[in-house]
Design a binder for this molecule. Structure first.
Ligand code: ZN
Length: 190
């Protein structure tokens, strides 16, 4: 089932996700629905907050992007990125590594808004997979960017919090408009 993606201004986007203690049928259904929603919207990643659920759960799939490479290491050895796709991260803990890299970023909760964001170029990831089994890897490139963007969501952080002041100032009118539209829609539903 394709879920509604909440937009900037929705309170769920600022909530820290609750840890997932067991992979219940509800969580399995949520994972399947999040993949369907991400694919429908041509996204690379989607966090539970973006479908209004404040949980430590995100789905990622970088296979559709061919012009921005990703790297993967497992057990200290280079590995095929596709081998862990599609990727489910539950209760992820990340350790950023490597020099900062600047690259373009968008977010399904901020339609039509794109910006250059600087983040560490590599990240070490510890999480549980869709079956609740421990998963550990190190990644770089687009995958490292996606993981950091999504883990930020799980902590109630957004890519606008990572923009430099000048970029955010330039985008402020668009951000204010988006937030106003979201708040108006929320008020109608009450
Ligand atoms: Zn996002």
């Amino acid at each position: 089932m394709v879920l509604t993606i909440v937009k900037y201004g929705h309170p769920a986007l600022r909530q820290k996700g609750a840890r997932i203690e067991s992979i219940t049928p509800e969580i399995k259904k949520l994972i399947a629905d999040m993949f369907e929603t991400m694919e429908e919207n041509h996204g690379v990643g989607l966090a539970a907050q973006q479908v209004g659920m404040a949980k430590q759960l995100t789905v990622i799939d970088v296979r559709g992007v061919t012009d921005r490479p990703s790297t993967l290491e497992r057990d200290g050895q280079p590995a095929d990125v596709a081998s862990i796709m599609p990727l489910v991260l539950i209760n992820p803990v990340i350790t950023p590594a490597g020099e900062p890299v600047t690259g373009g970023e968008g977010c399904l909760s901020f339609p039509e808004i794109f910006a250059e964001i600087t983040r560490p170029g590599f990240v070490e990831v510890k999480a549980l997979d869709a079956k609740g089994k421990p998963l550990e890897f190190r990644c770089g490139g687009l995958l490292a960017r996606a993981v950091q963007h999504e883990v930020d969501h799980l902590n109630g952080l957004l890519f606008i919090d990572r923009m430099d002041k000048k970029t955010k100032l330039e985008l402020q009118p668009e951000l204010d408009d988006l937030q106003a539209v979201t708040k108006t829609e929320l008020a109608k539903k009450k």
